[in-house]
Design a protein around this ligand. Sequence first.
Ligand code: DGL
Length: 272
Amino acid sequence: MLNLDLILAERRRDTGMNLIDLPIAVLDSGVGGISVLRELVRVMPNEHFLYFGDSKNAPYGEKTPEEVLHITRENLKALLARGIKALVLACNTATGSAARTLRAEYPELILIGIEPALKPASLLGDRPRVLVMATPLTLRQEKFCALMGRFSETSEILPLPCAGLVELIEDGKLCGEELDAYLKNLLSPHQNTKIDAVVLGCTHYPHVKDQIAKHLPHGAVILDGGEGTARETRRRLLEADLLRTEGEGHVEILNSSNDESRIALSQMLLNR
Ligand code: DGL
């Protein structure tokens, strides 16, 4: 186990930076977490962000929980060595597989995860029917089963694993025939049914929200956890006296893939 205080103290000595000025790290299996980063920047415009997209290892959602924990732990170690003041795990799959263990391993670290937005969905009317789109691993995890248990009294929850959708988004296929055919095949069984809410339980999916909407029954509300995660991050930093409230914030984007186009895609998605 690494000593976080020691790492941060060394980092501060190297850079002459105050802890409050260190970046907030945002981690995902690729370009998905940019949908969360967008909300983070909106809610905390004075903060610095270090985004790490692990496209080399995507998709996490088709790996085992042990593999995702191992990869996430290694990525966190690399981010800590650069100097960060908090970690936003902008990935539902990694939150389910790794957040609890990493919180125990780094008790001093402010670690914020993301989970499918079942809570706001369950409030949409009288026993709403809620479709939950997520990776196969997220929907198999104990964390999601517990969440589903909490809300299935008040809502009818329909989990929908979306194997293959992350790959299309990672390849930049954000519209067009291939994506459309995929979504039609996935969502046509639900198109003529009553669906009150659709939860985007993977941070990649908000990037194709308009395309998803075209294949849903009229009136279905689409929700994701990006804004809630950004607000929770702000609350945690404020509580720890680590919220930057003045000065210009900046964003640095890194990616584990050698393919330069991932960085360009991330920038494009951030500015969209
Ligand atoms: N964006 C991630 C999530 O929220 C996972 C994507 C993947 O399968 O790599 O679950």
